[in-house]
Design a protein around this ligand. Structure first.
Ligand SMILES: [Zn+2]
Length: 406
């Protein structure tokens, strides 16, 4: 499916002057596609597929259930024809978070170069890495590769790393055996070898309505929900004060947090319903299921008293999402390559989740290294510094020197 002609027309001219970077025209093009997660990303995917096809590189697309979104996986083969073994995956997600309600000073779906920064939705999270990787494809081809380089672009990362799971399943099913993967999430171009896992749930408390002058005849769902939320807060404090610590993380312990709570209709009604969403972001060795079992057991102690008042009262939990953590301890071949390309010896760990753990879980050792900083992600006036883009380009150039045959 091709992007509609009208979309082509409104896209900004990629030849507009910008920073002196190989990836600038590509970055400008990628930012020009509004790939907010709720919408289709096929305009961008089709454009990239056509760009790669112009260089003789075929792409494999894997689609979501209704065909509105796709992952793109493309292999630049080694000079000896090897497409299977020992390759390096350069990975990024194509979707971006919404700009709804945010005050932007520049058009968000246009990469705008001002001084030492480039503004636009996705310049940090995370189209710059993809643009840089794509910009090097002609060089990979021209110089010839000693091993394959794979380009992996996913959909729906921002809504729970949904799309990449299909792409990875396809890669495994096709028998590809990459040596490692570099996920270009914003790390300030620092090498990251681990991130926390995340698991989230919705808790639904069903109480019983009554006039608020008759509270013993009701079951107050808001109050019971608050008891459970308070339990979560206590568990969070216990992780902080007595749990495992890993100083390589910005937040060195497992965190627990309640993000949304909704309940009640009027002050003079004992509320029947209340629900809240909570999550754990755990060190790879902490067990999110043990945490959940503790929360559930705590909640269940309220149920007998609730049921004495109303037989249909109760507490239910729905699992919302799971993203495993991963930790390579900096000891994989891809970490060594990353250090080499970055001219650094150290590495870090981050608290935000990414697709890295899913590649890692499919026996593809993975690191995270990309331009920009997570603090600028998801913000109005999202920006990346020209210096970070240049560092990404330098990284990719050193990578090219190591994967090219000559
Ligand atoms: Zn991202």
């Amino acid at each position: 499916m091709n992007a509609p002609a009208s979309l082509q027309d409104v896209r900004p001219d990629p030849h507009v002057a910008g920073p002196d970077l190989l990836a600038w025209p590509l970055l400008r093009t990628l930012i020009g596609f509004d790939t907010t997660s709720r919408d289709s990303n096929l305009g961008l995917i089709d454009w990239v597929r056509d760009y790669l096809a112009r260089h003789g590189v075929d792409s494999t697309l894997t689609f979501d259930d209704d065909g509105r979104k796709a992952n793109l996986f493309a292999t630049v083969p080694a000079r000896d024809g090897n497409r299977i073994a020992g390759g390096i995956v350069l990975s990024g997600h194509t979707d971006v978070v919404p700009v709804d309600g945010q005050a932007w000073d520049t058009p968000p779906f246009e990469a705008v170069h001002v001084g030492d920064k480039v503004y636009g939705r996705g310049v940090t999270d995370m189209k710059s890495f993809a643009a840089t990787a794509l910009a090097f494809v002609p060089e990979f081809l021209h110089r010839g590769l000693s091993r394959p380089v794979h380009i992996a672009l996913s959909y729906d990362e921002e809504v729970g790393c949904v799309g990449v799971r299909r792409m990875i399943a396809d890669v495994v099913q096709r028998g590809l055996q990459p040596q490692g993967c570099i996920v270009g999430e914003p790390t300030g171009m620092e090498l990251v070898v681990a991130h926390k896992g995340k698991k989230s749930w919705r808790c639904r408390v069903r109480g019983h309505e009554a006039h608020s002058s008759l509270t013993p005849q009701g079951v107050n769902a808001v109050e019971i929900a608050c008891e459970i939320v308070a339990c979560l807060t206590n568990i969070a404090r216990a992780f902080r004060d007595h749990g495992a610590q890993d100083a390589d993380y910005d937040v060195p312990f497992t965190t627990v947090h309640t993000g949304i709570i909704r309940g009640g209709t009027a002050l003079n009604i004992v509320p029947r319903d209340c629900w809240f969403d909570f999550e754990i972001r755990h060190l790879p060795l902490d067990d999110p299921d043990a945490f959940f079992a503790e929360v559930k057991a705590y909640a269940e102690r309220f149920v007998p008293a609730m049921r004495k008042v109303a037989a249909d009262a109760g507490i239910e939990f729905d699992h919302v999402s799971t993203l495993p953590g991963f930790d390579t301890h900096g000891e994989s071949a891809i970490a060594a390559l990353g250090k080499d390309c970055n001219r650094t010896h150290g590495y870090g760990k981050v608290s935000f989740g990414s697709e890295a753990s899913l590649f890692h879980g499919a026996a593809i050792p993975t690191i995270i290294c990309g331009p920009g900083h997570i603090a600028q992600a998801h913000q109005p006036n999202e920006w990346v510094s020209v210096d970070q883009l240049a560092r990404c380009e330098t990284f990719m150039r050193r990578l090219a020197d190591r994967v090219c045959a000559a």
